[in-house]
Design a protein around this ligand. Structure first.
Ligand SMILES: [Zn+2]
Length: 289
């Protein structure tokens, strides 16, 4: 991995953006391997889940402006803080989320104490570097909106009820890319939406079926956290998430490599997430069937 201090030395000609398909670039933050996605068009770019640290987002903005590209629109895949950030240097284009995503942001972030509360969710070692002033300033698209309103290549919205209210995956068919939001990660187990869904496991399984259909013909999947994958691995990722969910539901012992002894990421906290999900699910399993 690159060293932070050297990451964004534009005088040296560094760029943070990496091309993953024609006209689609990503920047991966060292924080949770969070992926920001840039979709290029002649008229400007769409920035999906802009990033986490202020300096990284500024760097991304710098990369864009040095190549003469302006940001035409932004999109947040879901209403969690690490997907709702923005940096002033990216400009002030319209920023969107699904209707349900935006409604959730309004509900959770409109009171005076919201920013302090969010700061409390951010790991202390990076909280100072996460700019919260433009957090969550998104407009909700009309419910059931099928695509992001912008002039670039069509970006289809695949909304589903998993991980967070109004979670959206995006398909850029023309470029063969599926942006999965916080689904289909190689490093994170499925994080259920435990904010009140009656059957979060079934919701998540249904979402995987939607994504499986959406992934048809796709060449690259970009998860919100972790590494991208090609068509040869898409099915395996979906199956691994399914196996985790089935395990969670049936036996409580999923045997998932991402929380097993060979896990390379989050060894000190990811098993705890699994434990909490297990408790939540088993608390609900008193109802027969
Ligand atoms: Zn996330």
């Amino acid at each position: 991995m690159r060293v932070y201090q050297d990451e964004c030395n534009h005088e040296r000609g560094d760029t943070v953006l990496r091309q993953i398909a024609e006209g689609v670039l990503i920047h991966q933050s060292e924080f949770m391997q969070t992926n920001a996605v840039v979709v290029q068009d002649r008229a400007g770019v769409l920035v999906i889940d802009a990033g986490v640290r202020g300096d990284e987002m500024a760097c991304l903005a710098n990369d864009l402006s040095e190549s003469g590209q302006t940001v035409a629109a932004g999109f947040s895949t879901h209403p969690h803080w690490d997907h709702l950030l923005w940096h002033a240097s990216l400009g002030a284009p319209p920023r969107y989320g699904t209707a349900r995503c935006a409604a959730t942001v309004r509900e959770r972030l409109s009171d005076a104490g919201a920013r302090a509360r969010v700061a409390g969710l951010i790991p202390p070692d990076i909280v100072e570097q996460v700019p919260l002033d433009l957090l969550g300033l998104i407009a909700g698209l009309p419910a059931e909106a099928a695509r992001i309103p912008w002039d670039g290549p069509e970006v289809r919205i695949i909304e589903h009820q998993a991980h967070a209210p109004g979670h959206a995956a995006l398909v850029i068919e023309e470029r063969g890319v599926l942006v999965a939001g916080d689904m289909l990660s190689d490093i994170l187990i499925p994080f259920l939406d435990l904010s009140g869904a009656a059957d979060p496991i079934e919701d998540h399984l249904a979402a995987l079926r939607l994504l499986e259909d959406a992934a048809d013909g796709v060449n690259v999947v970009v998860p919100g956290h972790g590494s991208i994958c090609g068509p040869d691995q898409i099915h395996a990722r979906i199956e691994r998430d399914r196996a985790y969910l089935h395990g969670l539901r049936d036996s409580g012992v999923p045997g998932d490599p991402r929380i097993g002894p060979s896990a390379t990421f989050g060894r000190d906290w990811l098993p705890g997430v699994h434990e909490r999900q297990l408790q939540h699910v088993s608390g609900r399993s008193e109802t027969p069937g």
